[in-house]
Design a protein around this ligand. Structure first.
Ligand code: ADP
Length: 358
């Protein structure tokens, strides 16, 4: 937590410094615009101020800044002591038009970026829901039939036994049907289970950190929007990983998404995620630390079970699929209490060092 506080106050200091710098530049433009002749359109440089502020200000802040720049341009015009008044009026008009245009373009670009990100996040969620939908439909469809047959045979069996004297031969036949239908149901379940294990991994060499950063970039805007601080501490000395790159990215994405969701109910000032990669023996160990709600004691053993969820809208398959993937790739996945608050999810991935030894 101490680390988080230091990091958050350094971020705040950085932001204040940036805003102060913007203020100084604006003051300099104002003085130059007021003291130079009408013909010199210094106010156009306010566009640079707006452009550089786009990173630190949100929509409302940017609109206010543009308004302040316009007001300062007009004040400078009023107080400029000399020069051609007509040229001054034209220059003021051009400056104001440029300020409005640049602010408008930045806001448009930001809106487009947010829309693209929302679509991407939605896509990730849909992918999760879709895979489950297919799974439940096929289970329901295929298993329902033998289950219905078992119920019918069970009823028949009860009737044959209730007769006086009981018809043991018929009851036995009904029991045989029950056993064979139960066998059929269990074969179907085994088949569905093997389906959910997905395709066997296509293992190959790849740069682990690069693959992680690629997938983390997808959720970066969402983190920024939620006020989540992200720290990446990826070891620069990793050997190449030896696994299915896409599948590993799927797991990383899943863990990061879970971390973001775990932060939703804690105050914005304490929201942070840290991702690390390291080498342990011959394997790479990746970890996602979050400062979220954490995991209650008795829950650890259920985390990786299919359909186990604590979320109202949750499905509970993310971690179970993640475990299947990691184990199929020759690694392990586990969860631990976080440092101070929250949770840590870690997984290991084989490297080429292991491959060469075997
Ligand atoms: P879902 O996210 O749909 O619930 P998962 O299998 O991904 O499914 O997660 C199962 C459960 O594990 C979650 O409902 C949540 O209770 C718990 N969990 C997962 N990640 C975290 C985390 N980072 N912090 C706290 N709890 C978590």
């Amino acid at each position: 937590m101490h680390v988080d506080h230091t990091r958050s106050s350094s971020l705040r200091a950085h932001r204040i410094l940036r805003l102060a710098l913007i203020g100084v530049v604006m003051a300099a433009i104002f003085v130059a615009d007021t003291t130079t002749r009408y013909e010199v359109a210094v106010a156009v440089f306010y566009t640079v101020v707006i452009f550089t502020s786009a990173r630190v200000l949100r929509r409302r802040g940017l609109i206010s800044l543009a308004a302040v720049c316009i007001v300062m341009t007009v004040i400078s015009f009023v107080f400029t002591p000399h020069g051609d008044l007509e040229a001054g009026l034209i220059n003021m008009g051009i400056s104001i038009a440029a300020i409005v245009m640049i602010a408008f373009l930045i806001l448009k670009a930001e809106a487009a970026r947010t829309a693209a990100h929302d679509a991407q996040a939605q896509l990730m969620r849909i992918a999760r829901v879709k895979s489950l939908e297919g799974l439940t439909t096929s289970i329901a469809h295929e298993v329902n039939q033998p289950l219905a047959a078992i119920v019918t045979s069970g009823n028949a069996c009860q009737r044959w036994l209730a007769q006086d004297p009981p018809n043991l031969h018929k009851a036995n036949q009904a029991l045989d049907r029950i056993l064979s239908d139960a066998g059929r149901a269990s074969t179907i379940i085994a088949r569905v289970r093997s389906l959910t294990k997905g395709a066997p991994p296509h293992k190959g060499e790849f740069d682990f950190n690069k693959a992680v950063l690629e997938i983390v970039a997808v959720s970066q805007t969402e983190m920024e929007r939620n006020g989540t601080r992200l720290a990446t501490e990826l070891s620069p000395d990793l050997p190449p990983a030896f696994a299915d790159r896409v599948q590993i990215q799927q797991v990383v994405g899943n863990l990061v998404l879970n971390a973001i969701e775990a932060l939703a109910s804690v105050p914005v000032s304490t929201r942070s995620i840290r991702i690390t990669s390291d080498i342990k023996g011959d394997a790479i160990v990746f970890a996602v630390f979050d400062s979220g709600v954490g995991i209650p004691a008795g829950v650890y053993e259920h985390l990786f079970e299919a359909f186990w969820t604590s979320k109202q809208e949750g499905i509970g398959v993310g971690l179970s699929i993640s475990r299947t993937i990691i184990e199929a790739n020759g690694g392990q996945i586990w969860a631990e209490p976080g440092e101070g608050a929250g949770a840590v999810f870690r997984f290991s991935v084989p490297t080429t060092l292991q491959e060469k030894r075997e």
